[in-house]
Design a protein. Structure first.
Length: 372
């Protein structure tokens, strides 16, 4: 196995320290002091070495649904739209990219689509709060981005842009909706794509119609193959599945497998509002549903969720799983990290959901992770 350049440097540093300390001690100080001096310097290097080793690591935090509109918006407005993020913001600080599913337009205008039960439209200040929480990317490919039509979608994009937030999965036409967002971080290129596989299909963009990017296999695989030619990593977001159902639908698994076969490394899913299983497939990983994140609802079904912290580096791809509590009667509208027995219970639940896919989260010193 070829040694990494960092390990080679580290080996030479230790050798130099030992040679130097022996030389000094032979002529100036006793052999006991030599050992103390040598060990102290080695300890300093060992302390710094992990920081150097992971200096090229890319951190991406992915969360589920963000929706700060609807019936409880006046309450949140009074508290400040940053309120839902206060208990969890510190977990996002280290992220090079933080991505969420934005489950509503952010607009004052538009024409309401009345042929569905739930329609949402958030205040302009929500964009500022999302940005302040640390999010720099959202997917708009879902069943609510077009609740108030193309005009509200255009206004949403305007507010996101003004607050330094990029978006995927929707646009003024189909071509725009299918566009990837491409980042260059620490010398690596990461591409993001977003698709919806939820009704109403009238929300899907057309050649001359605004809307969301439909997750049709032919489009998805073509876009991923294209992204793969430009990027070192390709991450794809899907809005799919059955609401309040922990069971993965067969079509979800089929399109996820096709996406990875086309070149995707990571699949991030949402829409059920609760957790679904995780599957390692070939050289990729699929998170079928992350559940709610900050969602203005008093649902008794959406109880726990996770933050997926992707750690990408040459020769190493890892996903750390951070359990969070989102149940209103326990946390209000302010999710909190779960640790100890409560955190372990979420991981046990997620492992049970992932059992059909022969995937198990590993536990190490109170942290939970998967390599892929």
């Amino acid at each position: 196995m070829q040694k990494s350049p960092m390990k080679s440097i580290f080996t030479h540093i230790l050798a130099f320290i030992r040679r130097y300390t022996i030389h000094v001690c032979d002529f100036i100080i006793c052999r006991t002091t030599q050992r103390i001096f040598s060990n102290a310097l080695i300890a300093v290097v060992l302390t710094c070495y992990p920081l150097q080793l992971h200096a090229d690591e890319i951190i991406i935090n992915a969360v589920g649904d963000v929706m700060l509109a609807g019936r409880w918006a006046p309450f949140l407005r009074g508290k400040g739209y940053d309120y839902p993020f206060r208990g969890i913001r510190k977990e996002l600080i280290a992220g090079d990219i933080n991505i969420a599913n934005l489950e509503s337009p952010i607009a004052a205008g538009g024409h309401e689509f009345t042929e569905k039960r739930f329609r949402f439209r958030a205040d302009a200040q929500v964009a500022k709060a999302i940005s302040a929480a640390g999010f720099n990317l959202v997917t708009l490919a879902n069943n609510h981005s077009m609740d108030f039509g193309g005009e509200a979608l255009a206004e949403t994009v305007h507010h996101l842009s003004d607050n330094g937030i990029a978006w995927i999965g929707a646009g003024e036409n189909l071509s725009e909706a299918r566009k990837m967002v491409l980042y260059t971080i620490k010398g690596k290129k990461i591409a993001f794509l977003g698709y919806s596989l939820t009704q109403p299909v009238i929300f899907f963009a057309g050649p001359d119609r605004p809307g969301t990017a439909p997750g049709y296999e032919s489009m998805v695989t073509a876009d991923i193959k294209n992204a793969h030619t430009h990027a070192d990593y390709v991450i794809v977001s899907f809005h799919w599945g059955k609401e309040a159902a922990g069971t993965v639908q067969s079509y979800q698994r089929n399109i996820a497998h096709k996406a990875i076969e086309a070149g995707a490394n990571v699949i991030i899913g949402h829409h059920p509002h609760i957790l679904q299983g995780i599957e390692r497939y070939k050289n990729g990983i699929i998170f079928y549903s992350l559940g709610n994140f900050t969602f203005a609802s008093k649902s008794t079904v959406a109880d726990v969720s996770v933050i997926v912290r992707l750690k990408l580096a040459d020769g190493r791809q890892e996903a750390e799983i951070l359990p969070i509590d989102v149940l209103y009667r326990r946390v209000g509208f302010q999710p909190h990290l779960l640790t100890g027995e409560d955190g372990a219970a979420v991981i046990d639940k997620l492992n049970a959901l992932s059992h059909p896919f022969k995937t198990e989260i590993q536990t190490r010193n109170g942290t939970y992770s998967l390599t892929f």
